[in-house]
Ligand binder design. Structure first.
Ligand code: ADP
Ligand code: MG
Length: 577
């Protein structure tokens, strides 16, 4: 550690000011020494010979005059095998280890290793002695769950290296030396299974960034067909409290075509995070039949944790997602909710007495949100593999009002907006993704002209419905009434989905296409009904047929039969040209 020292000259909540002698840089980590404790901070502003630092702990007892040690190192995460299945706080302290040792909360000044030092991994070398290498090159791998976890030349190394030793296949711990390397200047270094990376700097070790064009199938029909998410793209799910953001994110974690899921849980109240911690590990992985946790990482924070740890957590999460992308995997980062992160930014900015922007958020809120979502991406790695980080953020605006700064800043940068509405969740129309408000810039599973048909029915149906609220059913023409029934049918048979049902909750690509074709058949048909009563009862029967079909296993014997019954029912009432 360099000998860079300073002393505290001001304490304002968890914002500390220190005076120093030699160069201190923005975002470097520092420690305050107080009463026998050594407390971690991050420098967030440097002015002259003063550094403003945020402390990752409670600042109780810190006094003017306390000594400070600066480290020259940026706030970093530890990367290596064993991250999957872990639950970390924003500073990557493993909470599952903590819970065993000291109850859920960390004692002040105690920082744990993110990775288990004792666990043994079976290493298989891929590179030989004498080979030339650069940062990110794979020298071997261990099996982590169902994936190959590559042991790489540390991503932070600069320049060209040559391997002077590679460890033979065998069982090792993460700190064991797996290879040795030398550069042109004769500098020698060791490679273990663990490396560090600064959280606020994106990992950019790839050949090229590609346009996210392929859909990331989530198996939620209203997303995949209507408002698709792209592999390597971004989306947001704003919605009022209780509208189903967390339930939707869990369903996406479980059913999306992603390999690794990283959940950044930033809760308003401790209860929300505890809920995620209680429920998430019970989610089954449809891919393996085991726990989804086996290929997930959870970073969690509550508002009772220090603001700086909350601020760090989304960066920690996205860095872990980028790291697994280096393995050639498709990773999915779900942040729940980014509003809590934005609140942490607001608190910090207030303490720094910066000139506030809208609703007292910092003026640079938009650029921080943009920079976060920009870390998503589909890339071609130097190995030729394509891999991705997809980012989805929940936003929880007060009162569900989307006209507030966090939602607005997010909407400017994401490729897909899944707006959850209170009126839909109140009506228990789940998922509560509003089909009239939401949008996506990505290509989905269905044809554009089919989508136009479906959208038009939804819009016209909503118009008729509003009109009916005024003039009543009697004042509505039979034709308009049928349009309304069609839009309700589309909603019930297609957009709504029972998240908690194993069959209906996960509707794959093929099945969506079959179902959507039949729904379109109904939407495009001209029907001849005697009166509104007849139309209503016919649509109710049809809806029931579709709902039953949605719960049938694709492999079930009745599947084809039931499908035929639907087609017959449609033919029954159609006008004959
Ligand atoms: P939010 O995260 O937006 O505050 P949650 O996802 O926690 O809301 O959902 C709140 C409650 O609403 C859930 O506990 C559940 O009872 C109900 N709910 C949400 N989504 C669904 C769904 N898809 N199907 C059935 N119930 C749901
Ligand atoms: Mg929630």
């Amino acid at each position: 550690m360099p000998d860079k020292k300073g002393r505290i000259v001001g304490v304002n909540g968890n914002m500390l000011t220190a005076e120093f002698d030699t160069g201190v840089t923005q975002n470097e980590v520092a420690y305050v020494l107080t009463g026998g404790e050594r407390l971690k901070c991050e420098v967030i502003r440097v002015r002259g010979t003063r550094a403003d630092m945020q402390i990752f702990e409670s600042a109780n007892g810190i006094r003017v005059g306390d000594a400070v040690e600066f480290t020259d190192e940026l706030l970093s995460v530890e990367l290596g095998p064993g991250l999957l299945t872990s639950v970390f706080d924003g500073l990557q302290n493993p909470l599952n280890v903590l819970a065993e040792e000291s109850g859920f909360f960390l004692k002040r000044g105690v920082y744990l290793n993110a990775l288990d030092r004792e666990k043994v991994w079976h290493f298989e070398p891929l590179a030989g002695v004498g080979s030339n290498c650069v940062a990110g090159d794979r020298i071997g791998y261990v099996n982590e769950g169902i994936f190959k976890h590559y042991i790489m030349v540390p991503l932070a190394w600069r320049g060209n290296w040559r391997l002077t030793a590679v460890t033979a296949a065998g069982d090792y711990r993460v700190d064991d030396v797996m290879a040795e390397a030398e550069n042109e200047d004769g500098e020698r270094r060791q490679i273990t299974m663990v490396q560090q990376w600064p959280v606020k700097i994106p990992i950019r070790d790839y050949a090229e960034k590609l346009l996210p064009e392929e859909p990331l199938v989530t198996q939620t029909r209203s997303i995949d067909t209507f408002f698709p998410v792209a592999r390597g793209g971004t989306f947001c799910t704003p919605g009022p409290f209780g509208a189903g953001k967390t339930v939707l994110q869990h369903s996406i974690s479980q059913n999306a075509e992603a390999d690794v899921v990283v959940v950044a849980a930033c809760g308003e109240r401790a209860g929300e995070v505890v809920e995620i911690l209680r429920e998430y590990p019970h989610l089954a992985d449809p891919r393996t039949g085991r726990s989804l946790m086996d290929r997930s990482i959870i970073i969690c924070n509550t508002s009772s944790m220090p603001v700086a740890a909350r601020e760090a957590s989304v960066y920690t999460a996205v860095t872990l997602a980028e790291y697994y992308r280096q393995m050639g995997l498709n990773t999915l980062l779900l942040a729940d909710s980014t509003s809590r992160w934005a609140q942490a930014l607001r608190e910090m900015s207030g303490r720094l007495e910066e000139i506030p922007g809208e609703e007292a958020f910092p003026a640079y809120l938009e650029s921080l949100i943009a920079a976060f979502y920009e870390r998503a991406g589909l890339v071609r790695l130097r190995t030729g593999e394509t891999a991705s980080v997809t980012i989805g953020g929940a936003v929880s605006p007060a009162g569900g009002n989307f006209e507030e700064p966090v939602t607005q800043a997010t909407l400017k940068v994401v490729g897909c907006f899944l707006g959850l509405s209170r009126s839909r969740s109140d009506a228990r129309r789940y998922p509560a993704i509003d089909p009239l408000d939401s949008w996506s810039k990505y290509r989905g599973l269905a044809d554009a002209s089919d989508m136009d048909t479906a959208r038009e029915i939804l819009h016209r149906g909503s118009e008729v419905s509003q009109m009916m609220n005024v003039v009543g059913e009697e004042g509505t023409s039979l034709d308009d009434f049928v349009v309304y029934l069609k839009s309700e049918f589309l909603d019930y048979a297609y957009l709504q989905q029972n998240t908690f049902d194993a069959v209906d909750g996960a509707c794959g690509r093929e099945r969506q296409l079959i179902l959507f074709r039949q729904v379109l058949e109904v939407l495009r048909s001209e029907f001849s009904f005697a009166d509104k009563g007849a139309a209503r009862s016919w649509f109710l029967q049809l809806r029931q047929l579709f709902l039953d079909w949605n719960y049938l296993e694709t492999e079930s014997a009745e599947f084809a039969e039931q499908q035929q019954a639907i087609l017959n029912k449609i033919a029954e009432c159609r006008c004959h040209e």
